[in-house]
Write a protein that binds this ligand. Structure first.
Ligand code: PMP
Length: 404
């Protein structure tokens, strides 16, 4: 048995991390994985998480009972306010359906599974994904019988947004198509629409009766401000655009391994919301039965206590500002000191953890082979992997590779 199971290739990002770990070169650099590192290249446990953990440890009433199927209620209500806004009309009208999920991946999965079963598909089942997107989106959709199709997003000529192509596809797609949108800090490109562009996107989605499937894995990471990074999602809710949003606390709370996230679906009426919630409960029950408690308790403490919430905002700023400092320094090294050929302004224009450098796959491979700098073949680097100790080495190596 199992002799005929096709051998699958390893996940490319995790393969890259394994190669980095095995490399004994002292100046090696890992720019592959999307996890925050401090200036000493160490994982960072947020001070607010340490505080919240302490509170949990000292709670005499803490037990290990099952959470409700849809999650810890104080967590899901706080999470909804965080992404939709405390004064969101959808929350006030009882139209926001929030379910705790296995981080952002689980939210994407549950959202896709729900759409696969209940969306009014004018066959075939397909969802539009930005080209490029987080690679896992394709697999998550296929797993629930939805075909991923591309919409133009990244323009290699400008290392920026192909807004014309994007809007063109929104306009030409069949009515009631589903579009997956990165709420902020687009992965892998770091290229986001401007607010004016979001307004146009919302307008076409409304006119064509499309459905917006938001993925928000980096709230706070993009600008250092949680409200600012939720702007597009809140604008869509305010305009009554039919939508859902997947939320992750992996990056902004540094809770990668705790797998804490939420799916929020915003139907037009409370009656529809009650129906949607009932079916999400059925789906969740058969898949994970009850979501895990630890991360939900930590995030719930932070979301529901104004002092801890302030601490968290400060920690998010620490992370976002370090990343922005690295962007500025990389730009300065390439343009002022090294005078590296090409325009590098995209390094400071791009948003969030990732930057698309614009280098080609053979240049990326040369960085790995010659300089022990690990990055994905598409030229994406995680800015969080850069720090004051390795940024010059990286800039000089990139300069050499670009000069050929
Ligand atoms: N969506 C996007 C766009 C992401 O980049 C990620 C993290 N790499 C996720 C979702 C999900 O991450 P997690 O499951 O760790 O929350």
């Amino acid at each position: 048995i199992w002799q005929d199971v096709p051998l699958a290739p390893p996940d490319s990002i995790f393969k890259l991390t394994a190669a980095y770990k095995a490399d004994t070169f002292p100046q090696k650099v890992n720019l592959g994985v999307g996890a925050y590192r401090d200036d000493d290249n160490k994982p960072w446990v947020l001070p607010v998480i340490k505080k919240a953990t302490e509170i949990l440890l000292n709670d005499p009433n803490l037990d290990h009972e099952y959470l409700p199927i849809t999650g810890l209620p104080e967590f899901t209500s706080g999470a909804a306010k965080l992404i939709l806004g405390a004064d969101s009309p959808a929350i006030a009208e009882g139209r926001a359906v929030s379910v705790q999920t296995i981080s952002g991946t689980g939210a994407n999965h549950l959202g896709a599974l729900f759409l696969s079963k209940f969306y009014h598909w004018d066959a075939p089942k397909q969802i539009y994904l930005s080209n490029p997107t987080w690679a896992n989106h394709h697999a998550i959709l296929r797993n629930v019988g939805i075909q991923p199709v591309d919409y133009p997003y990244y323009d290699p000529a400008t290392i920026g947004l192909d807004f014309k192509g994007f809007i063109g596809t929104l306009q030409s797609a069949a009515p009631r198509s589903v579009f997956l949108l990165h709420a902020c800090a687009h992965n892998p490109t770091g290229v986001d629409p401007t607010r004016d562009q979001w307004k146009e996107i919302a307008e076409v989605i409304t006119a064509k009766n499309h459905y917006a499937f938001f993925d928000c894995a980096y709230q706070g990471f993009a600008s250092g401000d949680l409200n600012n990074d939720a702007w597009a999602v809140r604008y869509f809710v305010e305009k009554g655009v039919p939508m859902l949003v997947c939320q992750s606390f992996a990056k902004n709370a540094g809770l990668y391994g705790e797998r804490i996230g939420a799916l929020h679906i915003v139907p037009p009426t409370k009656d529809a919301a009650d129906r949607v919630r009932s079916q999400l409960s059925v789906l969740q029950r058969s898949e994970i039965s009850n979501p895990p408690a630890h991360g939900a308790r930590l995030v719930s403490l932070i979301l529901n206590d104004s002092a801890l919430f302030d601490d968290w905002n400060r920690d998010i700023k620490t992370m976002a500002e370090r990343i922005i400092t690295m962007r500025n320094e990389l730009y300065r090294l390439l343009t002022e000191e090294l005078k590296t050929p090409g325009s590098w302004v995209h390094i400071i224009n791009q948003i969030g953890m990732f930057s698309f450098t614009g280098i080609n796959p053979s240049q990326s491979q040369a960085l790995i082979d010659t300089f022990h700098i690990y990055l994905t073949a598409n030229g994406r680097i995680s800015m969080a992997g850069l720090n004051t100790h390795n940024i010059r080495y990286f800039a000089e190596s990139l300069d050499k590779v670009v000069r050929g």
